[in-house]
Design a protein around this ligand. Sequence first.
Ligand code: F6R
Length: 607
Amino acid sequence: MCGIVAYVGEQQAREILVDGLKRLEYRGYDSSGVAILGTPPYLAKAVGKVAALEQRVSQENPLGSVGIAHTRWATHGKPTEANAHPHLDCSGQVYLVHNGIIENYQALKNRLIGGGHKFTSETDTEVLAHLVEEAYSGSLESAVQKALLQVQGTFGIAVMHAAHRHQIVVARRGSPIVLGVGSNESLAASDVSALARHTDQVVFLEDNEVARLEPGTFSITTLENKAISREATTLEIGPEAMELGGFPHYMLKEIFEQPEAVENAFRGRLNHSEGVAKLGGLESVGDRLRAARHLIIVSCGTSYYAGLFARYVFETLTDLAVETELASEFRYRKLNLRQNTVVLAISQSGETADTLAALREAKRKGALVLGLVNVVGSSIARETHAGVYCHAGIEVGVASTKSFTTQLAILTLMALLMGRSRDLSYEEGMSVIHGLEKVPGDLRRILEQSERIRKLAEKYCEARHFLYIGRKYQYPIALEGALKLKEIAYIHAEGYAAGEMKHGPIALIDNSFPTVALAPEDGSYEKVASNIQEIRAREGRIIAVTSEGNSRLGQLVDDVIEIPHNHEILTPLLAVVPLQLFAYHCAVLRGCDVDKPRNLAKSVTVE
Ligand code: F6R
């Protein structure tokens, strides 16, 4: 969603700001803008791609070494230049960019208009610029504090004032802001990816904090002006994490990073002598985990499918009663959350608004709330009682790939940990561990089939509809495969539990409606093979994902993609990869913008 970059230092701000915006493009946006405090101050906005803004800025070549920039994903008001950020106050002295939503903006706007303020946009953000103007009496920091104390809702903001040419003030509540501190320069952004090229020294702002940035230094206070002392931490991702490294798209790069990402996810977390997982982030809540009886998993989109997978795994390896719920629906249910209920929030970004809202609700009701998150220091990581990081590395492509497979790996480890403190035997624990250790090699073998899968994509990518089917462990993978095809190739696809097929969707099957059938040789194989027969009988074309060497599908299917044999629990980590590749190649063949699919955002920070 919206992105923020701010710079104050000795270099020309324009390139740093525009480059930062380009690195935030993956979050999703529809317009952008930049302001630089030069002589005279410079303001430019553009609708559409950052490239349009970049072209304008490079032609106009504004000078100045303090500036703020923004990519906007419209909420209040259409994507127009007038609504794009930065927004200004009446005097043209205050420049402000904002991520989040000001819930009481209408009341504030009415009051400000009553006081003579003139508005030029339909946004909620603009009230903030006028509130800062109203509160300003010489200190920008103090004006921002006073303005934000009147605000309900969420914000990550960056503000400049024409009278303070070596200063930027930033603040957050519910929308991330990270500071980057270099020598003689300071930066701030909504996402570390915009900072990684400039510094590895970062500071994560907490909710209701305000920071004043000057070249090479920063200070933090609360909204009530209480000083906060915080040291910078060293960023673990290097600038190369944001480069394509020879791949045509981030999505393909990230698909190919999966063997290493999964290895990183379980590295140092396996205890062979005890047949158990070692998850340092859960040690502080070990007693409550041992006493747990009920697990509720909340998440959205691809992370929700990881949660559906986890339901089967936890039920197999532990004695917990498990429910998986869409975070956006969680609040509508009257769930009995007790002392022995654990709520697990799964999120790549750690910022998904629905998931955050669900975990806050669960905390309010007394549950132990855990997180499984990829982005270090994100809101979900900070608000849960304890948790585990995915260690997938930065994921730039909007469609989740490596974050999904690492989620599956860690969910398996969590279930193993809880299972071994219950009735799971050492041998059963070790067989999961051995399977997991084999996954990176298995993934490498599947990735070798990318070119073959591209040819399949050529054969099928003109189809307008697809059905994806699977049972038990493969059911969430059917849903995920269909989602990938929808979101990046814009092909309608239905993911279904294979057993449900004859309760409705089979009516759609004919030779123009292909099916992707997940049929590894596991406990559900025979039943899925029967479903394949039923589709064949109706002239449906079928691509089957099955185990290496399985020749039993014979003439029943049109095409086969083979995956290595592994523990049944771990086969989903393998089966999803050909589906990611299939969706990717279909999208490329159809000329789609793979890394930035239309209407989507990497981090969905509105409910
Ligand atoms: C699909 C995808 C989305 C996200 C969903 C939740 O490829 O990426 O469906 O999975 O928006 O996001 P996180 O995991 O960041 O909470």
